[in-house]
Design a protein around this ligand. Structure first.
Ligand code: NAD
Length: 499
């Protein structure tokens, strides 16, 4: 059995505690590794070592720091096949999707190569008599990231690339369900020239998360995961005086207007609803057709597309549309919610509950499910299912559809499919959601823009990646200097102004 420890000061070390967790192959249901869970003391020790390494790293000029990231990008390309297979084996997603997971992280690494420019401050010449004023961005010191299972490559990279290139040391606590890729990424960064101690990977559960939140040296925490944990981390981290940003759960709606290209809309829904078995925070989980006729046409087009989706283990090749869900627990939760939907009166048009994968009977597979006539009070609408289940909520008109999205507690992503520019523009302006697609079902912004939701989908200030990541992981210092010093104005007892 493979044992996964922690990555401390440039090498993998075994855990010192007796605590560990099982890492499954979701396709077979077999345990394939045992990951060590760190104690509070182990976390504190990793932070102390990071704290020793960080000042020297901050002194390295930004161009040289950026070159480490440049080399890292090259190594990611070199190891792409190996990393995506490793990722799929612990997560269950298809190989092309695993590659996408790595590439979306790598794109943020590429953006970070521009750090020398992004870290530049501002300068005002002669702001007063002999006075120049300038600002600089300085690293915070030791910072941390706590990441979810569903993007084990992309989200850790979104966190540590900007933090590290800005001169911080980083403590990464990846998901305990698929920790191997984050460990491999740390190894690649070392090979790329990152000094020891600048990226420490500490595996574990709530104990290590609490230790991160309570550690006085850690200045900032970036979290991605479910909403209840996000709220907990935000509250405890802020109470301990840290800068905290938490990106959380979602329920993403897609409006289908009567004038939409119905084939395009149905294809978009199938890809966005069932890709990665629905385990994406930007997955579309609610289809909102406007008008009865639109709903009838849409559901009629969706059914055969959904029934013909190919489900299987990642080893079955590139033709598979989606794989198993991550754990038995996730499988049971999703199936339980589908049962609840039926019990509460939604019509289950495609029933994937009895899906069995031949030869993989113990795998955590869930067949694709499609609900019609879902209402706001049903559990399948209220809860984030995080599985291959699409709910259709029929609406009478655009105003009712917009209101549905606006009154939902989540606000991560949303989309509208229409040929009408006025409606699209109105929707983009009025909807209270962080990321909006117009005829684009998964509007994940590219690396040089920023990513973040509204309402219960995000807590704290600033978004992830793009320029916001540099703002989050640095602090601004503004210097006012007077040269030459000979200018004599006498003592002044009032606040300096430019009058
Ligand atoms: P999760 O909340 O269970 O776990 C996220 C992290 O928190 C993990 O590292 C985990 O070890 C830790 N954790 C779990 N329980 C904890 C507890 N009680 N105390 C302290 N730490 C704890 O989330 P997940 O199941 O790994 O990921 C799926 C969730 O993440 C979904 O809700 C999804 O929408 C969300 N997500 C959001 C975004 C976004 O950007 N908004 C992106 C990806 C995933």
């Amino acid at each position: 059995m493979k044992a996964i420890g922690h990555f401390i000061n440039g090498k993998e070390v075994p855990g010192k505690s007796k605590k560990s967790g099982q890492v499954f192959n979701p396709a077979t249901g077999e345990v394939q590794a045992e990951v060590a869970y760190a104690t509070r003391d182990e976390l504190n020790e990793a932070v102390e070592l990071a704290c020793v390494a960080q000042p020297k790293w901050a002194e390295v000029n930004p161009q040289k720091r950026a070159r480490v990231i440049m080399k890292f990008v090259e190594l990611l390309h070199r190891d792409m096949d190996k990393l995506s297979a490793l990722l799929s084996s612990e997560h269950g997603k298809t190989l092309p999707d695993a590659e996408g997971d790595i590439i979306r992280g790598l794109e943020v690494a590429e953006f970070c190569i521009g750090a020398p420019h992004l870290l530049k401050g501002e300068f005002t010449d002669s702001a007063g008599p002999g006075i120049d004023m300038y600002s600089m961005r300085q690293p915070l010191g030791v910072v941390a990231g706590i990441t979810p299972f569903n993007f084990p490559a992309m989200i850790p990279m979104w966190k540590f690339c900007p933090a590290i290139v800005a001169g911080n040391a980083f403590i990464l606590k990846p998901s305990e369900r698929d920790p191997s890729v984050p460990m491999a990424l740390a190894d690649l960064l070392l090979e790329a020239g990152l000094p020891e101690g600048i990226l420490q990977v500490v595996n574990g559960d709530k104990e290590v998360v609490d230790a991160i939140l309570d550690n006085e040296t850690i200045q900032a925490v970036g979290f991605v995961g479910s909403t209840p944990i996000a709220e907990y981390i935000y509250t405890r981290g802020c109470a301990n005086g840290k800068r905290v940003q938490c990106f959380a759960g979602a329920k993403n709606h897609m409006l289908i207007m009567p004038d939409a290209d119905m084939d395009q809309a149905a294809d978009a829904l199938v890809g966005a609803g069932y890709g990665a078995a629905g385990e994406r925070c930007m997955a579309i989980s609610v289809a909102v057709p406007v008008g009865e006729k639109t709903a009838d046409k849409l559901v009629e087009k969706l059914i055969p597309k959904i029934e013909s989706l190919k489900i299987g283990p990642f080893t079955a090749g590139k033709d598979i549309d989606f794989g198993p869900v991550v754990t038995k627990e996730a499988q049971n939760k999703i199936l339980g919610l589908v049962d609840k939907g039926v019990e509460q009166g939604a019509s289950l048009k495609v029933d994937g509950r009895n899906f069995k994968m031949q030869g993989y009977e113990n795998g955590f597979f869930v067949g694709a499910c499609l609900f019609d006539n879902v209402t706001k009070d049903m559990e399948i609408y209220k809860q984030e299912i995080f599985g291959p289940v699409l709910s259709t909520v029929r609406t009478k008109n655009y105003e009712e559809a917009l209101d549905l999205v606006k009154t939902n507690q989540y606000g991560n992503g949303t989309a509208i499919f229409t040929r009408d520019g006025d409606t699209a523009r109105d929707f983009a302006n009025k909807v209270n959601v962080g990321m909006v697609g117009v005829n684009v079902p998964i509007p994940v912004p590219l690396a040089y823009h920023t990513f973040g939701g509204w309402k219960k989908s995000a807590f704290g200030d600033l978004n992830q990646h793009g320029p916001d990541a540099f703002r989050f992981y640095t602090k601004t210092k503004t210097v006012t200097s007077r040269w030459p010093t000979g200018i004599k104005e006498g003592a002044s007892f009032s606040i300096p102004t430019m009058e």
